[in-house]
Design a protein around this ligand. Structure first.
Ligand SMILES: [Zn+2]
Length: 606
């Protein structure tokens, strides 16, 4: 089992260089040298190991820094470089039939920053939490600046504190820098500060102090302020964590929802969901509506459970549009919706015969201000649902029914399936040493998949059909607008610059919501049946197209394009056909296991 945290670089490597063109110009019988990694002649790189990749004529002999390296049948050659000095040359050379070519690239270690210590200047002001900050009692305000070492330094929250001492930090802790001063203020009950700047002071010889005021502001406010969601793509984050996938998310939240905002850090508002639970939301999604309002809350009215031919509908009456979080359970199949700020005054719940997909809906008051709906489904598979505010502030939970198949021999007949070719346009995705780009390979596989799905009777919706850039939000819209049952996203995987491409291989499938694990598991089993190494079945995956709850979705990381052998497989048409066939077979299995089957007698075709 390999480590998962390191990888999935495929989604973030962007390159404007078109490698495809260079490839086409190369005659197969004349010598060529294409360097893939590094992508520029000089690369600033702080770590001690760096992977390089290039390609040449498959019959050539290749050397990197004088050492002979294996040339794969694709022409790819790779190695790991030790980068111990301040600069490391990477000399690529290739030879064939007495001809030779060579090129040199360079890795440069970033130079440690030397502060200007000649004056008592105050620079590099920092506050942690960063940027404008609004804190609650018990939280800490950390501030920092760069000045002349060995002096007395202070900070003040303007109009509120008087000369809080700052300490010089050991250079060991701050990358060898001298003269970094830090100070902390712990917010106390009853502290009230609104939009105050911070003044930093450092001694200026015998003559007094240098002063500098921050542009960022701090606030300590005793009560939450009501804010309203003003964007249609807003979501709630669990914490302030972030990485290339963004922070972990609870889920999306509709426009018009009222939130109790109790703090701000790093451009995110802190949302007080309940007595014991906070969430975070990017401040651009929220408009503060005034600090004179009472915190938002509501009593719940009755619960109405009904259905139509395609879905079931659960309605809860509220007097305000409150935030909610939904989760799922499998086996038994449930959807759980927590509504925050809601207290039960539900004196009845009514279920109509039309609600065929729902076994039961129960409620529970799990905290004073947290009302929970427990929705038990009649079927084994959750086919997606949406939660939104309908008329007024009635909460509508729409749950899709399983599809009804018209044929067990061709189970995909008439089904609408979304196929997502990863990356595209200016977003090349990851790069293989032989010069192939992820965006080309994902489109090739997706086109084969489309053809095979259509042969199997399905209608296919493609999120892109050419080399164009399509936003993630558009990819989701395309899936929803075309009423696709589910979405399969095709990618190729890659490793970071510090890992050896030979060490990391295999196929992986990814899901976020537990409800959609069965689909990912089937894809994973199908893909590993191709003889690819096992890169794992990954859940809770914070990928944008794994986030929708409206339809089952799976990310198939077919194999590692960064590994020269898997690059050969991924770009081999026969193998691409096999991948597409396995995905079709997996989808047929998924539909057969989790759909209704129309009761028509059917004889197998001859
Ligand atoms: Zn990708």
């Amino acid at each position: 089992m390999k480590q998962i945290g390191l990888l999935f670089l495929c989604c973030i490597i962007f390159s404007a260089v078109s490698l495809g063109q260079e490839m086409e110009e190369s005659e197969s019988d004349s010598l060529y040298l294409n360097i893939i990694i590094p992508e520029q002649d000089t690369v600033i790189y702080p770590f001690s190991r760096y992977r390089v990749a290039a390609n040449t004529n498959p019959n050539a002999v290749a050397y990197i820094n004088g050492k002979k390296v294996k040339v794969y049948s694709s022409g790819a050659f790779i190695t790991m470089i030790d980068h111990d000095a301040d600069t490391t040359d990477i000399i690529f050379s290739v030879e064939m039939n007495g001809e030779s070519l060579s090129d040199t690239m360079m890795l440069v270690r970033p130079a440690p920053e030397e502060p200007d210590l000649s004056k008592n200047v105050i620079s590099d002001l920092m506050v942690e939490p960063r940027s404008d900050t609004w804190l609650e009692p018990g939280e800490a305000l950390h501030v920092q600046f760069q000045g002349k070492p060995g002096e007395d330094a202070y900070f003040n929250i303007n109009g509120f504190t008087d000369n809080i001492k700052m300490e010089e930090v050991s250079p060991r802790l701050v990358g060898g820098k001298k003269g970094v001063y830090r100070g902390t203020y712990y917010v106390k009950d009853g502290d009230i500060v609104k939009d105050a700047a911070i003044t930093f002071k450092i001694k200026k010889g015998l003559l007094g102090y240098h002063k500098r005021e921050s542009t960022f502001k701090v606030s300590f406010l005793p009560e939450p302020i009501v804010g309203e969601v003003i964007a249609d793509d807003a979501y709630l984050n669990v914490g302030l964590g972030t990485d290339r996938l963004g922070g972990t998310k609870y889920g999306s939240i509709p426009e018009g929802v009222k939130l109790n905002i109790s703090g701000m850090q790093q451009g995110m508002y802190k949302v007080r969901l309940s007595e014991s639970l906070d969430a975070w939301i990017p401040s651009r999604f929220v408009e503060l509506t005034g600090d004179d309002l009472e915190p938002v809350s509501s009593l719940t009215g009755n619960i109405r459970v009904s259905g139509s031919s395609s879905h079931d509908l659960i309605r809860v009456t509220l007097s305000e549009k409150l935030p909610f979080i939904s989760t799922q359970e499998i086996d038994p199949n449930k959807i759980i919706v927590d509504i925050f700020g809601a207290t039960s005054n539900t004196n009845w719940k009514i279920k109509y015969l039309t609600s065929e997909g729902i076994e039961s809906v129960d409620w529970e008051q799990v905290e004073n201000d947290r009302f929970r709906l427990i929705i038990k489904l009649n079927n084994t598979q959750n086919w997606g649902y949406s939660i939104d505010y309908g008329w007024g502030s009635i909460l509508d939970i729409r749950i899709k029914r399983p599809p009804t198949l018209t044929s067990v021999i061709k189970p995909l007949t008439g089904r609408v399936i979304a196929v997502d070719a990863g990356h595209g346009g200016s977003n090349n995705g990851s790069l293989g040493a032989a010069g192939f780009q992820e965006k080309e390979v994902t489109l090739q596989i997706s086109e084969l998949l489309k053809a095979k799905l259509e042969e199997a009777g399905a209608e296919v919706v493609m999120t892109r059909t050419d080399d164009s850039y399509v936003y993630m939000s558009e990819r989701k819209e395309i899936t929803l607008d075309n009423n696709a049952d589910l979405l399969v996203s095709i990618h190729t995987n890659s490793i970071g610059y510090g890992s050896n491409p030979l060490d990391i291989t295999g196929t992986g499938s990814f899901y976020k919501h537990i409800a959609f694990k069965p689909l990912a598991e089937i894809m994973y089993n199908r893909m590993t049946s191709l003889g690819l190494d096992d890169y794992g079945l990954t859940g809770s995956f914070n990928f944008t197209l794994n986030a929708p709850i409206e339809f089952p979705n799976v990310l198939v990381e077919t194999a590692f394009i960064s590994n020269p052998e898997e690059e050969i497989l991924l770009t081999d048409t026969d193998f691409q056909h096999k991948i597409a066939e396995q995905i079709v077979a997996g989808l047929e299995q998924f539909y057969l296991e989790h759909s209704f089957i129309e009761s028509v007698s059917e004889m197998p075709e001859k």
